[in-house]
Ligand binder design. Sequence first.
Ligand code: FRU
Length: 503
Amino acid sequence: MTMHTPMLDEGGQHVKIGKERFRPQFHFTARKNWINDPNGLVYFEGEYHLFFQHNPYGKDWGNMSWGHAVSDDLLTWRELPIAIPQTDQMIFSGSVVVDWQNTSGLGDGRDPPLLAYFTAFDTERDIQSQHMAFSHDRGRSFTHYAGNPILDLGAADFRDPKVFYHDPSGAWIMVVVLARAHVIQFYRSQNMRDWTLAGTFGPQGVITGQWECPDLILVSVEGATDQSHWVLKVDVDEGPVDGGSGAQYFVGSFDGYTFSIHPDLGDPCGALVDYGPDFYAAATWFNLPATQPGPVWIGWQSNHQTGRHYPTDPWRGAMSLPRMLFLFEEEGRLRLGQKPIAATDGLRSEVISLVPGPLGHGVNLKLGNSAQAFWQHLALIDHGEGRVEVTVDDSNGPLITIGLDCVGQQIIFRRHMIAVASAMPQRGHFVRLMTIQLSQMVRVDLDVIVDGSSIEIFVNGGRRVYSACVFPQGPTGTRVRAISGATSIGQATSWLMGSTMSF
Ligand code: FRU
């Protein structure tokens, strides 16, 4: 039995979404029309806010405005009216902070204002500049600051301000990107309105396409919470992941002025955040409550290469699960890991477990639920040169194949989208391989979370992640098949996932 916790509108009335094909149930989607990046993620007065890039008038990118949703658990979202509509300029991505001390002077003398920092895109002049706006009603509406723009370089590709407070150096920091130059800039401010350039980073790592949506995050090392390092993440719209968009990160230090890579900490060439085509523009929450370990981020589960063709209706674009970040050591270097926030476990019901045992050759074992939303945990043990294939399929065949090759110490992901792709341009883009190396494959743990058109695969507790959209033609399930060598199943458990929206 799935739980049906209906989605509520602002006045607490139930919203009937309808049984739309492909609509995820516990991943955020807008009721209708286009969405892309998460924006302005902030926790304030008992509410998690999710603002997002939104076209209120259509299913394609355009008229960019900030849509708005709130939640008290990061999983059950209530969509509210548009928070920042486009003006004569489009409202591009950015962040929101709480101005606790009324440092900006934009408060109303009662409650701390929420300050939104975003890029205003003047399409006539082809100029992107940084603006701010403030809210006195818990993010329901914003007033544009009279002194805008707060940063204007006269540049066409200057965007996506991420603002946070840096305690050690006593300043508000803005991280913003020169998208085509592949340069991240760091600005400092004492009054939250006037900003001074303090340092830059890049070009570095993947420098194809455009750099977008930087975030600078202090992340703890798993199992050593007193040890943390700065992670600089930047998205790349084209290049790092075939058939999609991707993000890279660097591990290093930040002194309040500039970010420096530490070659003995992380890979100086950068590493991929997610190996799938559909995880983009992730941003972390500001001001998480003590009850929610962090950092936590959420990404747009789509991409700038193929996402505009995704055949969903009347909505297009979804958010990933909220994921908690951690650093872990592998082969002498620190890497970024991501796992679903603990509350996600609360959506699971109806456990079905298989008895552990050897995986005979040729056996095609059906594991998962034939359901629209399920979570499959699978641990595979290699007894020598094992090659195993795990698939997520619908009645027509595989949607995603996960090939585990213990000899080559690699996992090969393949996204199949024949049925949908044949009706679309750029067909070739939809069937793609991604190979990732692991340092050991004696035991591999896979968590496969399927929710309508969303698939997120967490390898070894989130040490690698692969996210993709698929468009099943019927109920989905998982299967496992031994191809060669000797392997066994150490654990196989599947859960149905409860719905947080009414269907
Ligand atoms: C990333 C992005 C941002 C921009 C926004 C526009 O997906 O291109 O760089 O601010 O989306 O919608």
